[in-house]
Design a protein around this ligand. Structure first.
Ligand code: ADP
Length: 530
């Protein structure tokens, strides 16, 4: 018994210093005394040997997500294949990938050959060659340490040669190992690793793995943390308790929708300037993303860089279309048909463009709704608005002009999502476009009032007159008042179904009212038509 304890103590101590004992540890872990030998140190040795980054100093775990990744990785136990972890910039994909393999059982059972991390990012062919060369060198060197009879080769001279060298190394020297490719942007880059091994890749582009062969699975990383997790990050940065954080903490989390990147960037800044809660909240609200930066191991040290990178990889045509989305309101989901008006394209073509954005984590799709609805993350929208601040008016003008072209015969009346969008937001686009004339002639029209009330009820309409009151007043405050009065007097009637005769209602307005004048004209027209 005593000898046994001594032997175990010796092995554990050795494992602390010598990664090779890891395998003995595995055997013991699996077959002898699992609870005693469940030490994180050997795992850490395997991971650092493979270049897997350490946990960030401030870290919160996302157990459900992590388990999903691990579950997919377990599928690679028996055969090679790909696991894609995808999500928007700064959603925590790399941290998650590194965390998922920080697991003794997973490594022992699925990847006894080790885990090899390669940071990829945006590269051209020559950069890619250099990355694969250094990966091959690392693998050869480690394998030589274990088996001195194996020799080091000269670096591969071309991408094709590098791919073959890597294939050889992964199949012969490191069978059943996992290759983690972090931050892949380009399918041509991914093809260089299509060598029938086990790969976990992180990317913003969900569709990347379509270009490679073998079994594939994917895990979507939600863009934001839960509120309490995000508060925990802030608290850890300022060495406080989440309950004791100032009220601005919650607002910061709400403002960035719990983005791990933003919360941790701001947390790191607060650590240096602990009195700046209100300032950083304001900075975020004012979309001054350039000021939210810190020097860190994260590739993009400022938020604007992280987001701009995704847009830069779009084709020029798609980039222009993406910029058009700047005009959307926060938290508003739109059907493809609205964009088919904006871009003058068939809905199917629009769906294809949107699919590209969704795949690149630049846009979100609500699949619970048919037809699908699309929306932007607040941070993306803020970033777009900031980027296109000077062009905002003309972008809104484009929406109005495209609408007018499509609906020159009168507004849509189908009552579907697209029709609702126009009734809700046409006035908003006109106001933002500074198209005062257009806005007034729309809102001073009994026809518009009737159709909008019929489709949406009177509440939105009343709200429009309040919201755009100042603009309308510049044109004619009396008429604005007359329409508003008509609506407040008849609001309850306009909620009735069957829908009342608006001309009749309007005829009961004072005869000096513009509402009365238009109603009278329509009544006379009706009479002449018989
Ligand atoms: P992505 O790979 O999606 O662009 P990263 O994984 O690199 O994002 O994360 C971006 C930053 O967000 C990290 O540098 C880190 O500061 C922070 N972060 C991400 N995940 C976590 C987490 N689980 N706990 C704490 N901070 C995190």
């Amino acid at each position: 018994m005593c000898v046994c304890v001594l032997l175990l103590a010796h092995l554990c101590l050795s494992a602390l210093f010598d990664p090779s004992v890891y395998f003995i540890g595995n055997i013991l872990h699996l077959y002898i005394m699992p609870s005693l030998l469940y030490y994180p140190v050997p795992v850490q040795a395997v991971l650092s040997e493979g270049g897997v980054p350490q946990r960030p100093v401030v870290f919160v775990s996302r157990p459900a997500l992590m388990n999903r990744v691990r579950e997919k990785l377990y599928h690679l136990q028996k055969e090679p294949g790909w696991v894609t972890v995808f999500g928007m910039a700064g959603s925590g994909k790399s941290v998650l990938a590194a965390e998922a393999v920080r697991d003794h059982a997973l490594i022992t059972e699925c990847f006894p050959g080790g885990v090899h991390w390669l940071s990829v990012g945006q590269l051209d062919r020559s950069d890619l060659l250099v990355r694969i060369q250094s990966l091959c060198f690392r693998l050869e060197q480690q394998s030589q340490e274990k088996d001195p009879s194996s020799s080091l080769h000269r670096p591969p001279g071309s991408l094709e040669e590098a791919k073959e060298r890597l294939r050889f190394l992964m199949l012969r020297r490191y069978p059943r190992s996992l290759l983690i490719l972090d931050d892949i942007w380009d399918s041509s880059v991914l093809k260089a690793f299509d060598i029938q091994c086990r790969v976990l890749l992180t990317t913003r582009d969900r569709s990347l793995a379509d270009c490679v062969s073998g079994s594939k699975s994917e895990v979507a990383v939600e863009s934001g943390l839960e509120e309490d997790q995000a508060l925990e990050i802030l608290a850890l940065y300022v060495n406080g308790k989440p309950q004791r954080l100032p009220e601005q903490a919650r607002s910061i989390v709400r403002e960035c929708k719990g983005s791990p990147l933003v919360v941790s960037l701001i947390g790191a800044l607060l650590r240096e300037f602990p009195d700046r809660w209100a300032y950083y909240l304001h900075t975020l609200q004012q979309k001054k993303f350039k000021r939210i930066r810190k020097s860190s191991s994260y590739d993009y040290d400022a938020l604007d860089q992280a987001m701009a990178a995704s847009i830069q990889v779009l084709s020029e045509e798609h980039r222009e279309r993406y910029i058009d989305l700047t005009v959307l309101e926060k938290d508003v989901k739109v059907p493809a048909k609205v964009l088919s008006v904006l871009w003058d394209l068939e809905p199917e073509e629009v769906e294809d463009v949107l699919q590209d954005f969704v795949n690149k984590s630049l846009l979100f799709r609500d699949c619970h709704h048919r037809p699908y609805l699309y929306y932007l993350h607040d941070l993306q929208l803020d970033f777009l608005a900031e980027m296109n601040r000077s062009g905002l008016e003309s972008l809104h003008t484009k929406v109005v002009r495209q609408y007018q072209q499509r609906y020159s015969q009168g507004p849509p009346t189908s009552g579907d999502e697209e029709c609702l969008y126009w009734f809700r937001f046409l006035t908003y686009h006109m106001a933002k476009a500074n198209l005062t004339q257009e806005l007034c002639s729309l809102m001073f029209s009994l026809d518009w009032v009737r159709t909008k009330a019929q489709i949406m009820g009177p509440a939105h309409l009343i709200n429009d007159y309040v919201e755009y009151g100042a603009i309308l007043d510049k044109e004619n405050s009396e008429v604005r008042g007359q329409f508003q009065e008509f609506l407040s007097l008849n609001g309850h009637q306009l909620e009735q179904r069957p829908f009342p005769d608006v001309v009749q209602l309007a005829l009961s307005q004072p005869d000096s009212s513009e509402v009365y004048r238009q109603a009278l004209l329509q009544a006379q027209e009706r009479a002449t038509r018989g």
